[in-house]
Design a protein around this ligand. Structure first.
Ligand code: UGA
Length: 435
């Protein structure tokens, strides 16, 4: 396989995983970031994010001299032929994607390049921005360049595997030669490669995240019907999952999706469509269902405890999903905010997250039993597998009142009921009401 020279702009989880994995495939990679402190640490082999397998790859590639880090995009432009833009596209205003970092990166690279480059957008960017990106580059250089799109499908917690064993690679290009060159970087990975035009590639990314978010909101809407009818959403999801046209993944009901991707991308897609004159009502509803889902926790607590003022609530799980310490758009943040506004005190336990900024007085512990001490209710917010293994007899002996609201349908309901807990979960109906 040809070893190519690759530059990665942005060392967030997409950029860092992409850079590390390309170096693992034998390419020579240079990654840049405006955060100089982070770059200094990365050079020493420090891995700033919690991602399975990533620290090992970074160390190995540093030792082999296959990866380097810089905060100087001039150096990066000089040492790479393929430049991947992997900077953040955060939510802006009422949900538009903020592309400031994308434009700035493109402007800088254009200014520094002395020979033709492939400039590849990996950040999730609305199609409507492509012309402006192209113009930003051509306004700042006389050198030839090829613009491409190569969206990422890396889920946090499994990002390294998602890169090295991809279900597909999507390449958007204006011409066959550029698409083939970019596809060559992925040689050695056994994955279907879909080559298409740039808008289709970019829209594929939005469609994938929007579709997955829709599956979650759909199953949550069905769970809400179960709450009223007494059906069990887990059995319904199982029944649906056997239909290959539907599939059994992303049908876990609960308090909804969070993270740095689904909330942002669903809103950005909705707003992009609106700007183009199409009212994507389905997407609006997906977003709305997700927002309302988090409120179920408060409703259930009020049902069980009455007035929440002065109650101590133990929150189990803070991260937006297991195997990550990421708190971006985590349902826990909204739920804790609501609890505090209702006059509750909050203690929180998370096996991965060690600190929580922005909430005064919320005690964080990595000991679930300590967190449950004297609590009036335990609320499960993240489906950390560790939660299933807790000693619930010990928890029963610690709490002030045996109330559990399981927002992720993860705890062993029968054991909790045997222990006398007033246990409720999401959409599992009468079957799981306390005996
Ligand atoms: C998501 C996509 O899964 C990736 O393919 C994509 O590349 C990435 O966004 C991105 O755009 O960068 P991620 O945000 O890491 O990845 O997390 P997911 O595993 O997709 O979970 C998102 C949220 O949905 C979590 O809060 C999770 O708890 C929730 N979820 C997931 C459910 O509530 N129910 C489910 O059945 C599945």
């Amino acid at each position: 396989m040809n070893s190519e020279r690759i530059g990665i702009i942005g060392t967030g989880y997409v950029g860092l995983v992409t850079g590390a994995c390309f170096s693992k495939l034998g390419h020579r990679v240079i990654c840049s970031d405006i955060d100089e402190k982070k770059i200094e640490k990365l050079k020493t082999g420090y891995c700033p994010i919690h991602e399975k397998g990533l620290p090992e790859i970074l160390k190995e590639s540093l030792n082999k001299g296959l990866i380097d880090f810089t905060s100087d995009n001039k150096k990066l432009a000089g040492e790479s032929d393929f430049i991947f833009i992997c900077v953040g596209t955060p939510e802006h205003d009422e949900g538009h994607a903020d592309l400031t970092h994308v434009f700035e990166s493109c402007r800088q690279i254009a200014g520094f390049m002395k020979e033709p480059k492939y400039i590849i957008i990996k950040s999730t960017v609305p199609v409507t921005a492509v012309d402006k990106i192209r113009k930003t580059i051509s306004d700042n250089t006389k050198v030839d360049f090829k613009l491409l799109s190569n969206p990422e499908f890396l889920a946090q917690g499994s990002a390294v595997d998602d890169f090295l064993k991809p279900e597909r690679v999507i390449i958007g290009a204006d011409d066959k030669e550029s698409a083939d060159r970019l596809a060559g970087l992925y040689n050695g990975l056994n994955a279907p490669i879909v080559k298409t035009d740039i808008p289709s590639a970019m829209l594929t990314k939005y469609a994938a995240n929007a579709f997955l978010a829709m599956k979650i909101s759909f199953i949550n809407a069905m769970a809400n019907i179960c709450e009223k009818t007494g059906g069990n959403i887990e059995k319904i999801a199982e029944g649906l999952g056997y239909d290959r046209r539907i599939g059994n993944l992303f049908l876990k009901a609960g308090i909804g999706y969070g993270g740095s991707c689904f909330p942002k991308d669903t809103k950005a897609l909705y707003h992009m469509a609106k700007e183009l004159g199409y009212d994507f009502g389905l997407m609006k509803e997906v977003i709305e269902i997700n927002k309302n889902q988090r409120k179920l926790v408060m409703d259930k607590l009020k049902e069980k405890l009455g007035d929440l003022k002065g109650k101590l609530i133990a929150v189990f799980g803070l991260a937006f999903k297991p195997m990550t310490d990421d708190l971006r758009e985590a349902p826990s943040l909204y739920i804790i905010d609501d609890l505090l506004k209702s006059g509750c005190s909050v203690n929180a336990y998370d096996p991965v997250v060690k600190e929580l900024n922005g909430f005064n007085g919320v005690k964080i512990s990595d000991d679930a039993y300590q967190t449950a001490d004297n609590a009036d209710a335990v609320v499960v917010v993240t489906d950390h597998p560790q939660l299933k293994e807790l000693d619930f007899t010990k928890i029963a002996s610690k709490v002030n009142s045996k109330v559990v609201v399981d927002g992720r349908n993860i705890l062993p309901a029968e054991i909790l009921k045997e222990l006398g807990f007033n246990y409720s979960s999401i959409g599992r109906g009468d079957e799981l009401k306390p005996r």
